[in-house]
Design a protein around this ligand. Sequence first.
Ligand SMILES: N[C@@H](CCC(=O)N[C@@H](CS)C(=O)NCC(=O)O)C(=O)O
Length: 275
Amino acid sequence: MARIADGPSARSRRNAKPASATVKPARPAGGTRPIDLYYWPTPNGWKITIMLEECGLPYTMIPLDISKGDQFKPEFLAISPNNRMPAIVDPDGPGGRPISIFESGAILQYLGRKTGKFYPKDERSRVEVEQWLFWQMANLGPKAGEANHFRNYAADKLPYAIARFANEMNRIYGVMNSRLADREFLAGRYSIADIACVGWASRAERHGHDLGAFANVRRWLKTMLARPAVKRGLSVKVEAAFHVDINDPKVRAILFNQRAGGAPRVDASNPASEL
Ligand SMILES: N[C@@H](CCC(=O)N[C@@H](CS)C(=O)NCC(=O)O)C(=O)O
């Protein structure tokens, strides 16, 4: 269902507007207008490609090259002030006006409410889903990110940090394993909570986390990865992402030296310098 657009600058020149935009192109006859998805192929990005695929919603994938600093462009910050992807702009938001949303959990909830899919309305069922969605947002995602950073990206391999996050990941997969002992999915029925988790879990072994002791997680993962929409969502690729050199000082400065106001620019001829 995805169409691929140019990067965010080109897009914003055409029609990416914040939620208050009043421009309203004609709706295609009988169809839903595509949602703009600002995306880079990572576990957080996959949450949204999977959900859009599951819901059968048309979308335009706009690559946001976080290795080059696209996330700091003013037009993207107007949509996602935390300089992180994913973010979406739905031209058919509430009241028929465009709406922009950042934070993957909020996007999943929005798409669940919009379509009535994978996010039950009944309050008890909804609370079940939300607990595990927020559990992912506060535990599985951030801790897996830090574990990956200290193990694979940090220049200094700090034993304390590596062990600290490896232990956390072991604890987290243990929690998930217990939860899945007597139910097929995290909230009982398949939901946005499962969609939020699968990208990270699919990379667990690659990130160095042993799922051997967690049979219920492995069974859940197999079920998840067999879903056609999950397969499609996980395979939305961006060619440029294959060519990112994480050892390039410019890339490292953009991704790993961020402070208020953005990332320092580094002179390629003198990587130690900040411009
Ligand atoms: N809590 C955010 C996290 C998003 C996030 O960390 N995105 C990363 C890629 S996985 C990103 O955009 N990084 C850009 C940067 O570090 O500047 C969400 O779930 O949407």
